[in-house]
Write a protein that binds this ligand. Structure first.
Ligand SMILES: *Cc1c(COP(=O)(O)O)cnc(C)c1O
Length: 430
């Protein structure tokens, strides 16, 4: 499989080069030259296959010769070695729980796959690679955990002091080994600005081999398709599901649409957004107007200009009319999000996190005027957002087993001003 740049001014590359570069030299996103088709037989008999077999069948065409079959199978097995249960909430609405991985976030799958691919591609390299990640909470933990112990790779995480939840901070700061956490005295935007400047700085790039692990990388984007196959494998209803996906950078839903175009049965997609409503506005007006991000209680979706939307447009041949048939999008504010957590807990005894609540509200509304049944992708464990969730339900949330050990672990972080030169000096001299 080759990948072209969506800006069309860079050469085509194979999977390994696309994963190692992240972005094409012309700053475009990489996109697969053709969309592999999954056979009808495979889909109708999907219950017969293990999730490891599904993973290999879906990913192999995208990876091509970049990784040997045995190594790819092993990478996939390690990537998905936890559960992805589909849980019924009401007659019409199910929850695909994507928070059973090591950092309780759906980003675990993309991060684990990508880190193992980079480890594989770097296996003979003599130079260390340094991954820089700015995080508002969730991404950093998943990436750091994915790269923990990978040879030849150092990970540096920048997070805004006082703006991540307790469990998120524990996840970022207690890993040790090749993972270093910087507690930045500033906002998430400050962290991101420092990382962006680092990638453009000549001195730094001459001395250190810097890479990013953000969601535009094909190795993080493509394995997210597996959630949709795992959901379908557990789907017992007659008609294909309506899928409601909490969306920020639109990588996850874009992977779902890719799975659909490969042959997976889906009735309709809903991109559920918080107050950051660029895409809902676009679908209503056909005008795409990026805005600065607004802070919300579903903060992993606080994105004002979703990077992956261009890939969704490409999947629909840049045709607005094709896109509109298959995709709806709505914006849900914080008050409704909190109200939804409360209502679903009281009526159905199911605890949503703020991101899942946005998706639930969007789907529940959609089903008021459309027939069918659907599922939400529950992208994070509610314990990661304890203040919002406990306020809404009036009940405290227990720490799940995966994170119990964190409570007694020692936090190690380096305090840093929100200042590029301080960061650069620290990085050059470490
Ligand atoms: C990253 C994230 C999202 C948004 O996913 P995108 O692929 O960026 O649209 C939703 N929920 C949670 C919990 C996340 O961490």
């Amino acid at each position: 499989m080759n990948y072209y740049s969506l800006n069309h001014h860079s050469p085509k590359v194979n999977f390994s080069e696309a994963a190692l570069r992240g972005q094409a030299p012309d700053k475009g996103l990489y996109f697969p030259e053709s969309i592999p088709q999954i056979s009808k037989d495979f889909i109708t008999q999907i219950q017969k296959y293990s999730k490891e077999e599904i993973g290999y069948t879906v990913m192999k065409p995208y990876v091509g010769d970049s990784i040997t079959s045995n190594d790819l199978q092993q990478i996939i097995n390690e990537t998905i070695n936890f559960e992805f249960p589909l849980v019924r909430i009401t007659e019409e609405i199910y929850s695909l729980e994507l928070f059973h991985g090591p950092t309780l976030a759906f980003k675990d799958v993309g991060a684990r796959f990508m880190s193992r691919c980079l480890g594989y591609f770097n296996r003979h390299a003599y130079h260390r690679t340094t991954v820089l990640v700015a995080t508002s909470g969730d991404t950093g933990g998943a990436v750091a955990n994915g790269f923990l112990g990978v040879d030849g790779v150092d990970v540096i995480i920048l997070y805004p002091s006082g703006k991540v939840s307790k469990i998120q901070e524990l996840q970022l700061t207690t890993l040790g080994q090749n993972i270093t956490a910087l507690e930045v005295n500033g906002t998430f935007d400050d962290c991101q600005a420092i990382v962006k400047q680092a990638f453009m700085d000549n001195d730094l790039n001459q001395k250190i081999n810097l890479t990013s692990a953000n969601s535009i990388n094909v190795a993080r984007w493509l394995p997210q398709q597996l959630y949709y196959f795992f959901a379908y494998q557990q789907w017992q209803e007659e008609e294909a599901p309506i899928l409601s996906v909490p969306s920020g950078n639109f990588g996850n839903i874009c992977a779902g649409i890719l799975a659909y175009i490969s042959g997976l049965p889906v009735k309709h997609f809903i991109a559920a957004c918080n107050a950051n409503d660029v895409v809902p506005k676009y679908l209503a007006t056909e005008e795409y107007i990026p805005k600065p991000a607004i802070a919300t209680i579903s903060n992993a979706m606080d994105v004002g200009n979703p990077s992956n939307f261009i890939r969704i447009m490409e999947l629909f041949h840049q045709q607005f009319s094709e896109l509109k048939k298959m995709l709806s999008s709505v914006s849900i504010d914080d008050a409704l999000t909190a109200e939804t957590i409360k209502e679903v807990f009281q009526k159905h005894r199911y605890t949503l996190d703020p991101h899942g609540a946005v998706a639930y509200h969007a789907l529940n509304n959609y089903l008021k005027n459309h027939s069918g049944k659907g599922l939400i992708l529950e992208t994070a464990h509610p314990v990661k957002f304890p203040d919002t969730v406990e306020d809404a339900t009036g009940k405290s949330i227990e720490f799940p087993e995966q994170v119990q050990h964190l409570l007694s672990a020692e936090m190690k972080r380096i305090a840093m001003n929100a200042n590029f030169n301080d960061f650069k000096e620290w990085l050059m001299n470490r």
